[in-house]
Design a protein around this ligand. Structure first.
Ligand SMILES: Cc1ncc(COP(=O)(O)O)c(C=O)c1O
Length: 378
């Protein structure tokens, strides 16, 4: 089997994560902040918050909040920050995790949306954003990298422009966290940085979260109310962090997976992880260039992209090409629209879709060459 679907999920936990999870599972499990014995769960959450705060350059670990993943984080941040009558800007390569909550609000006449047009390779000119900002623009929602085309968007520049005009920004790092330095060491640029645990961060599925700046955390309404084990005499949610956004019992095992995995990433160095992934992707893109009947989508320059590479094989429906790659060579890809019809409309591959390849931690150069050979056979 050759796994070429890291953009969807990381297929294996590291041995270090597995070891700590097994030790945890064999022990006793108590609620954080509900009794003295439950201090362990709180300590695990703090350990993960500290590691993630270092990864995203957050000033305070309590600015790191946990959710079930990027989808929940995006829903919470979008719904918690908008007000009726707001204008929201989002890019034309967004994943449905943000496009659908935005569209639902638009259909209910709560907000207006301005979709920021990207080039056919997914690139966005930050000046497009400046021109689109209106008096009632409240929010910018953008991905750090397209999950279809791999294109890196000018996140730091866009968030800076947004801030210049008093527009709040939500940055979706589902495709980049743990693999690329996010916001170039200047985390303060995006008001909310959304992450998911099971892709580049190497944790379990079902854990994710967001990092939120002080201003946005004051403005954002809690997504839900409930017990926090704090300020229990009041029927209102506490206004302090992280309790304001974390009612109920947490996914401690998921949080532990993130703590261990992010600590490993910090030790390895995000720049080194990026360099390895960049060189694998560069090898793949160059090899694709030799195949006359394969069309590559997204930027050809590996410096301008993350791992996902979409292709169309002439004469093949994308689902059929993916099926043959799997059945003949055991290559696991993902075909179709990848939960981002907007990106496919941008690239001109809607509604047929593409076959998406994405390489990661366990991929070798031999794997890349074998995938190229399989494509050549097709
Ligand atoms: C850019 C982007 N945003 C959001 C998501 C949703 O992540 P999750 O399913 O972990 O909530 C994905 C997952 O594919 C993604 O690629």
């Amino acid at each position: 089997m050759i796994y070429a679907n890291y953009a969807a999920t990381s297929p294996a936990l590291s041995p270090g994560v597995v070891k700590e999870l097994c030790e945890y599972l064999g022990g006793t499990h108590l609620n954080a902040a509900r009794n003295f014995e439950g201090l362990e769960a709180g300590a695990i959450a703090l350990r993960a918050r500290k590691a993630l705060a270092r990864l995203f350059n957050a000033a305070d670990p309590l600015q790191v909040l946990f959710t079930s993943g990027a989808t929940q984080s995006l829903n919470m941040a979008i719904n918690g920050l908008i007000r009726p009558g707001d204008h929201v800007l989002a890019t034309m390569v967004e994943h449905n995790a943000s496009a659908r909550p935005l569209e639902a609000l638009r259909k209910n006449s709560v907000i207006e949306i301005g979709w920021l047009q990207c080039d056919s390779d997914g690139s966005l000119d930050a000046e497009t954003l400046r021109k689109a900002i209106r008096k009632n623009t409240r929010l910018l929602v953008m991905s750090h990298a397209s999950n279809v085309l791999g294109t890196l968007l000018p996140a730091a520049e866009c968030c800076r422009i947004a801030r210049e005009y008093g527009v709040l920004s939500i940055l979706d790092t589902a495709q980049t966290a743990g693999v690329l330095p996010v916001t170039g060491g200047d985390w303060g640029i995006a008001d909310v940085i959304v992450f998911t645990g099971h892709k580049g961060l190497g944790g379990l599925a079902g854990i994710g979260g967001f990092v939120i700046g002080d201003g946005a955390s004051r403005e954002m309404r809690p997504w839900a109310s409930g017990g926090t084990g704090s300020a229990s005499g009041s029927l209102d949610m506490p206004q302090f962090m992280p309790d304001k956004f974390e009612p109920g019992t947490q996914n401690t095992i998921g949080i532990l997976s993130l703590a261990v995995s992010v600590e490993e990433i910090l030790r390895a160095g995000v720049e080194n992880i990026r360099e390895r992934e960049r060189s694998l992707t560069a090898r793949f893109i160059a090899g694709l260039g030799e195949l006359k009947k394969v069309t590559r989508y997204g930027p050809l320059d590996p410096d301008r992209r993350a791992a996902p590479v979409s292709v169309v094989v002439q004469g093949y429906d994308s689902g059929e090409a993916a099926r043959q790659l799997f059945e003949t060579r055991g290559i696991i890809t993902r075909s179709g629209l990848h939960c981002s019809p907007l990106a496919h409309k941008t690239a001109g591959t809607y509604p047929g879709g593409t076959v998406r390849f994405s390489f990661g931690r366990e991929t070798t150069e031999e794997d890349i060459d074998a995938v190229l050979e399989a494509l050549s056979d097709l």
